[in-house]
Ligand binder design. Structure first.
Ligand code: GS8
Length: 219
């Protein structure tokens, strides 16, 4: 039975899971949740995620939310298929993957997401982007990216010389970030830029990127 992913193709958290599903060539159905109609704040969606946020996944009688946890489940379930995103045959490599997944969620995401919010969501809510929030977070993100620049000068990908779930976790938010005037933070760091060009050109991500048009064409 196909997995059911409840979400929206333009949402970066939904795209994170879809990218992983495509990497694994897993059979899944995207069940649209209409955020603009507030469907995620009502039953039946609230039974799938009591926090009222997309995405949520159903696999038979298993129901999950939180995009990183869902993607980790998919990577584990299909670990023998396609690219091994969790390095399950090496304890050390698997531990490095976990370290860089934590870095994405604890260091990278808190800095990049307010910038994206200011450029894409604030205007939809009738506010101009707040330059003080952008400045504070570009400074934070710059410091995080200095660490990435150093690491990516030593290994091809974040956890080592292999593409992993840690790299994948960065894709969808960075994709929106690269459409903002702050994209130079990536472009001016040669190792980070090469890494970004490499991971964002993977066919699994290209399949989802074309639908990530939040803030464009009336979305
Ligand atoms: C965050 C989900 C989230 O912010 C995860 O799944 O990784 N930590 C969670 N979802 C957003 C869409 S961003 O793709 C969402 O549902 N926003 C609407 C809202 O919060 O009301």
């Amino acid at each position: 039975m196909a997995l059911k992913l409840y979400g929206a193709a333009l949402s970066p958290c939904t795209s994170r899971v879809m990218t992983c599903l495509h990497e694994k060539e897993a059979d899944f159905e995207l069940v649209p949740v209409d955020l603009f109609a507030g469907e995620h704040k009502q039953l039946p969606f609230l039974a799938k995620n009591p926090f009222g946020q997309i995405p949520a996944l159903e696999d038979g009688d298993l129901s999950l939310f939180e995009s990183r946890a869902i993607a980790a489940y998919v990577a584990e379930k299909f670990k023998e298929t396609g690219n091994d995103l969790i390095r399950h045959q090496s304890l050390k490599e698997a531990a490095e993957v976990k370290v860089w997944m934590e870095v994405e969620s604890q260091q990278y995401h808190p800095a990049i997401s307010p910038i994206i919010f200011q450029f894409f969501a604030a205007p939809l809510q009738g506010y101009a982007p707040d330059q003080a929030i952008i400045d504070e977070n570009t400074e934070k993100l710059g410091k995080v990216l200095d660490v990435y620049e150093d690491k990516l000068g030593r290994t091809k990908y974040l956890a080592g010389d292999f593409y992993s779930l840690a790299d994948l976790f960065h894709l969808s938010f960075t994709y929106y970030f690269m459409k903002t005037p702050c994209a130079h933070l990536i472009n001016e760091r040669p190792h980070v830029k090469a890494w970004w060009e490499d991971i964002s050109s993977r066919p699994a991500f290209q399949k989802v990127a074309s639908a990530m048009n939040f803030g464009e064409k009336g979305n």
